[in-house]
Design a protein around this ligand. Structure first.
Ligand SMILES: *[C@@H]1O[C@H](CO)[C@@H](O)[C@H](O)[C@H]1NC(C)=O
Ligand SMILES: *[C@@H]1O[C@H](CO)[C@@H](O)[C@H](O)[C@H]1NC(C)=O
Length: 346
């Protein structure tokens, strides 16, 4: 305080013209600093935002139609596939031609077609005899934040979240493909007495319920059958009929989809898995869509005729809200899908 007084005393002693000069100098220096900061602010940045890509952990199955998701993610250079986990499911093996080897084979094909970087690892279900994903995913989450993308049954993702509760904090978001609300289910193909359930959820209702009930407290985005668009004829002919291609990966995807639309889904809708994958990694696919946030559960009692059906439980204070995507924008979705399909891998 004494010092301030001293300075002030000196300042009052300074003759008037010198005071004005000093004040002018201070104003000039302040103005110069302001300009400098403005320039740093306006031009000092590179223009590009530094985007940290959150790796995607893909939980899929060996069904022929879900191969499409693997190839799509591999073609997106802005996507990092952190790991691929392939579920084993007796019902899918028996009725949906699920074959875990087909995923490994597709990844090898993608690599020989030029996929050099970000080579994804393919691991087996937690209940498989070898190559279980649990240890490797635990190790990865010790240092990395990831998104979960579940395009098959929820078995493995639910198991991991339950068993490795300490790692949940590194799961940024969970995108799950399955369930049905204002549309008919499609699990009838697996069991003719089933009406309202969607296939992925029906393959493991308890695991699906665990994911959407959100006791794990991670944000969940759900892509139910409601969001699965009917293929436009041009997109269908480019990706499913796909007569022009010679690449092994595109051929494997097209063959898998053709089997699916011939044998399983005569309504020719995009799979919920593909809808979820595109939504999860493409911000433009996320714009202009119909979304609701509601609590969601799945019927898990095998004695119940509604086994495997997703539903909206009565509101309660403790119910957590799932972001449910009810419809996608057809134009954006298919134009992006067909554009990605022609991207080179290298
Ligand atoms: C599983 O897929 C692999 C690779 O695509 C194939 O060689 C094998 O025959 C398939 N297995 C069955 C049982 O279809
Ligand atoms: C089909 O669903 C009905 C009704 O839930 C059930 O009773 C039956 O066991 C199921 N059949 C098979 C083969 O799973």
């Amino acid at each position: 305080m004494e010092q301030v007084k001293e300075y002030y005393a000196k300042w009052t002693e300074v003759p008037q013209p010198r005071k004005i000069k000093t004040a002018k100098l201070i104003a000039f220096v302040s103005y110069f600093l302001f300009l400098l900061l403005l320039v740093v602010y306006a031009f000092g940045r590179t223009g590009k935002k530094t985007v940290t890509v959150v790796p995607t952990i893909l939980f899929t199955d060996g069904t022929p139609y879900n191969l499409e998701v693997v190839r799509y993610l591999a073609q997106r250079r802005d996507v990092v596939i952190g790991m691929i986990v392939v579920a084993t499911n007796a019902l899918a093996d028996a009725q949906l031609k699920a074959n875990a080897t087909s995923v490994t084979t597709l990844v090898s094909a993608l690599q020989s077609e030029g996929l050099k970087t970000r080579v994804p690892d393919v691991y087996s279900s937690y209940d498989a005899a070898t190559d279980s994903f649990l240890g490797p995913l635990d190790a990865k989450l010790a240092s990395t934040t990831v998104n979960f993308l579940i395009v098959g049954p929820c078995t493995d993702a639910a198991y991991f979240l339950q068993q490795y509760a300490g790692r949940r904090g590194n799961v940024n978001k969970i995108y799950v493909a399955g369930g049905a609300f204002n549309t008919a289910g499609n699990a009838k193909f697996l069991n003719t007495s089933i009406t309202g359930a969607e296939r992925n959820f029906y393959l493991d209702p308890a695991a699906a319920d665990y994911v959407v009930a959100m006791k794990h407290a991670r944000p969940v985005v759900m892509l139910p059958l409601d969001a699965a668009l009917t293929w436009t004829s041009s997109a269908y002919s480019a990706i499913v009929s796909n007569s022009g291609t010679t690449s092994a990966s595109a051929t494997a995807v097209a063959e898998g989809l053709r089997w699916y639309y011939d044998a399983v889904d005569k309504t020719k809708r995009v799979t919920v898995g593909m809808a979820a994958a595109a939504y999860a990694v493409d911000t433009e696919v996320q714009t202009g869509v119909k979304v609701t946030t509601i609590p969601v559960r799945v019927y898990t009692s095998a004695a119940d005729a509604r086994y495997g059906q997703s539903f909206r439980p009565p509101a309660s204070a403790e119910a957590k809200l799932v972001t449910v995507v009810l419809s996608l924008n057809e134009g954006t979705f298919f134009s992006h899908l067909t554009n990605v399909d022609t991207l080179a891998l290298a």
